[in-house]
Unconditional design. Structure first.
Length: 94
């Protein structure tokens, strides 16, 4: 039987939680803005598959430019989105 370090599991669960929290927030914000996934992807300069991965929790923005593009596509303030990223920072730290 193989044992896994509980700290590793805890870090992974935290990463998954915060990544999913961010993804659901992006999806909810897009829906509130009345944007389809293809429209949001186009407005953000992203491939459709990239936006879909963003909403599925498989892609996290890595640069301020990506965040600005996403904020613009969702018609939300960049600083608000950046603050939200800080809140979910565990997803990036794990």
């Amino acid at each position: 039987m193989q044992f896994t370090d509980p700290q590793i599991l805890t870090a992974e669960y935290a990463r998954q939680f915060w990544t999913r929290t961010f993804a659901v927030g992006i999806q909810n914000t897009r829906n509130a803005a009345g944007r389809s996934i293809p429209d949001a992807a186009r407005l953000a300069g992203m491939e459709l598959s990239e936006w879909m991965a963003l909403e599925a929790g498989g892609l996290l923005p890595q640069t301020p430019e990506q965040l600005r593009a996403i904020a613009g596509a969702l018609e939300v303030d960049y600083d608000w989105l950046a603050s939200w990223v800080l809140l979910c920072r565990s997803a990036w730290e794990a």
